[in-house]
Design a protein around this ligand. Structure first.
Ligand code: C5P
Length: 205
């Protein structure tokens, strides 16, 4: 069984994917981490994320990197969104994702193009979204709880810039796949969003 969870930044897709993993007893791959690892490697080597050869050269990272807390920063998320527009970078990361998706017993993957490109034959497809304001508020609360000093206007601008780049790129743009169900988490608690996700997946199986 393969479950595809796609959606924009801070929509709640990662939280939902992990909860689905616990509910169905399936392993979960946060595919954004792969693009973040490429972005961080470009940063560390002093490369240019907008330069395709530099970004492609950064795709040879080791699995151990995926546990690096530095991957979680907003700055690295933004770099990830810049390196992910290059087709060769996306291609270099496909096999890793498909191998994970097709492991015996099944898997859950969350990202931007799981149901459209990586696993179009997934057994269940969910597109998680939320309003820009709600997503920025989540980032704001998260930063505050980690002792940060977030600025709401710049969080909104970052999310809008990332949405625009992810939705308008030529290769594997963020969009809802045919057969996917929409889950808008703007006005839902985490528990309610998870319960709705489980109901949507059960109805598709
Ligand atoms: O989901 P997350 O915020 O970690 O993703 C970081 C960036 O990586 C996204 O903004 C997107 O540009 C890119 N990405 C992608 N395809 C995926 C997952 C992430 O292009 N499947």
């Amino acid at each position: 069984m393969i479950i595809a969870v796609d959606g924009p930044a801070a929509s709640g897709k990662g939280t939902i994917a992990k909860a689905l993993g616990r509910h169905y007893g399936l392993p979960v791959l946060d595919t954004g981490l792969l693009y973040r690892a490429v972005g961080l490697a470009v940063l560390k080597t002093g490369g240019d994320p907008d330069h395709e050869a530099d970004a492609l050269g950064a795709c040879t990272f080791k699995d151990a990197v995926l546990a690096d807390p530095a991957l979680r920063s907003e700055a690295v998320g933004s770099l990830a969104s810049r390196v992910s527009i290059h087709q060769s970078v996306r291609q270099a990361l496909v096999k890793r994702q498909r191998d994970f998706a097709t492991q015996p017993g099944g898997a859950i993957l969350d990202g931007r193009d799981i149901a459209t490109v990586i696993a179009p034959d997934a057994d269940a497809k969910i597109f998680v979204t939320a309003s820009v304001h709600v997503r920025a508020q989540r980032r704001y609360d998260d930063a505050l709880s980690h002792g940060g000093n977030p600025d709401m206007d710049s969080l909104i601008a970052d999310i809008q810039a990332r949405d625009t780049r992810d939705m308008s790129r030529d290769h594997a743009p963020l969009r809802m796949a045919d057969g996917a169900d929409l889950l808008d988490t703007s006005n839902l608690t985490i528990d309610a969003a998870v319960q709705q996700a489980i109901a949507l997946v059960d109805a598709q199986l």
